[in-house]
Structures are given as C-alpha cells and as structure tokens.
Design a protein around this ligand. Structure first.
Ligand code: DGP
Length: 119
C-alpha cells in the first residue's frame, strides 16, 4: 500500500502520531479532527496515500463508495442527531482554492447542534 513518510495522516495511519480513533478496517481509518468546527467532527481517510480528491480515478470507486456508505452509521455513533432535524455535513476540501491543508485525501464529517465555529 502506498504511503508517504512525510505525510501527517500516513503517520496517524501507521500509529506514529496518536489520534482519537472512531473506526478502522483494512482500508480506512476514521478519527476525530484535532481542531473541530462542530460538536461532532471526524475525518475519514483511506490508509493508502491518495493526495486529494483531485487524484481520484475510477480505480478508487469501490473504496470511496465503501467510505461514503459508512458515514450514516459513524455519524449516528458519534452523536449526530437523526435526519432530517439533525443530520451532518460531508466535505472533501481539495487543493489550495478548495481549502485543503493536509495533502492526504480526507472526508470531513461534521454534525451536532448549531452554532458551529465554521461552516
Ligand atoms: P483540510 O483543511 O481539509 O486539509 O483539513 C485538515 C484537517 O486535519 C483540519 O481540520 C485539522 C486536522 N488535522 C491536522 N493535523 C491533525 C492531526 O495531527 N491530528 C488530527 N486528529 N487532526 C489533524
């Protein structure tokens, strides 16, 4: 599996940097964002180093589909209120103009009662 030794999320995947884990399987790790914008805010990352959504191709369709299919269960588990009064936001910042700071593909899942710090 491709990994980048200088990538902070690869280091989290490898256990070299601690994180508050939400879920893990052989292809993805889910952990709480260190700077949450919302009462619930976690990040879903593929274990493989994919730099951004801009790098995604058809070969990643299964992986991304499985990641997205986990969102409702993990959002509920972490305390997002039920749809439609509750719900959550799913965001993949991509590139400088897309607001991406960490260049390892990650999906933000945010939810919980408003107001939020951002978004
Ligand atoms: P983005 O702007 O989409 O690239 O968001 C990167 C997010 O990653 C940001 O909300 C803060 C979070 N983050 C950065 N470094 C760490 C870290 O070392 N641990 C955790 N848990 N989150 C981090």
């Amino acid at each position: 599996m491709h990994s980048d030794p200088n990538c902070i999320f690869c280091k989290i995947v490898a256990g070299q940097i601690p994180s508050r884990k939400v879920f893990e399987n052989d292809e993805m790790l889910v952990f709480h964002d260190v700077k949450p914008w919302a009462p619930v805010h976690f990040l879903m990352v593929p274990k493989e180093h994919i730099p951004s959504m801009a790098s995604v191709t058809e070969e990643h369709a299964g992986l991304l589909g499985r990641m997205m299919a986990m969102v409702p269960r993990l959002a509920a588990q972490e305390g997002c209120n039920p749809y439609p009064e509750g719900g959550f936001r799913v965001v993949a910042n991509t590139g400088a103009e897309g607001g991406q700071e960490v260049h390892h593909l990650h999906i933000h899942v945010m939810g919980g009662p408003r107001p939020w710090l951002k978004g």
